[in-house]
Design a protein around this ligand. Sequence first.
Ligand code: PLP
Ligand code: COI
Length: 341
Amino acid sequence: MEKKNLDWENMGFSYMQTDKRYVANYKDGKWDDGALIDDANIVMNECAGVLQYSQSVFEGLKAYTTEDGHIVTFRPDLNASRMVDSAKRLEMPPFPEDRFVDAVAQVVKANAAYVPPYGSGATLYIRPYMFGINPVIGVKPADEYQFRIFATPVGPYFKGGAKPITICVSDFDRAAPHGTGHIKAGLNYAMSLHAIVTAHANGFDENMYLDSATRTKVEETGGANFIFVTKDNKVVTPHSSTILPSITRRSIMYVAEHYLGLEVEERDVYFDEVKDFAECGLCGTAAVISPVGKVVNHGEEICFPSGMEKMGPVTQKLYDTLTGIQMGHIEAPEGWIKVIE
Ligand code: PLP
Ligand code: COI
């Protein structure tokens, strides 16, 4: 298979149409067989559930080229099960988990020419999603759904790659107690758009959201979870029922404990203690691990000792180990890597 002639080294995090996508339809109470198709456009009724009441959920994962030339994905089974949780919360019929994992493999294989080469710094981003497609005018769930997966090659989520970023404490809230913050629903991202545009306009790369009930605890950003490192090298991540259970974060906590022998804690993290941490990072499929150099709260700056030039030493070790597992030069825990071809 010949690779596309793309500028792999200089890609941003943006959409590029690739050759094939997967589509399955849910009608009369069941999913059809699904298939790979060529058409990247979707035609739907003007009153489709997704258009009127935002009934949509999605996932994000990546395919990597390993050092020895295989194409692999990272823990796709966890994306499959998280999408089931998301679907149930929005009264959508779950897409079967084994079919999800198989469909991801089909899409990656069919677009293998777009999987960035090893060492390029780019990866193939895979976007499974599902939405209500039949007309809905009273507020209720749709009866018919479409599940799709497309793939697009991407570079780093934040411009500048691994350079530390500056974030601000948001005055807006991302998720309500007992709301939908713990699932990957499109609506969570729609309501974060004003907050991110505001943050960018004020010169910040991202928002730090606090818990909306008390505004005293750190939750997450618009598209990633937090990890912090204490001055005595403990890896700490916020525990909350209103943040998305990041697969990257769960993997990092495992790697910290079992590969690097570090102490780990998932617990309430109060904003007041952020100033005492040595390192801070954002973690997610798109963000990988993006170091945070500075947090600004209404003009008051918290500058981490790791600085604005490079990742802190523990964040760097976590990054190297996680990406080493994904790129195949560090042995993965059982079941983490699915070889596509
Ligand atoms: N938090 C939010 C709000 C996200 O959108 C994402 C991205 O998927 C994450 C965290 C990171 O999750 P994961 O590591 O599973 O990609
Ligand atoms: C991901 O990391 O896959 C996400 O969905 C985050 C999004 C902000 C791109």
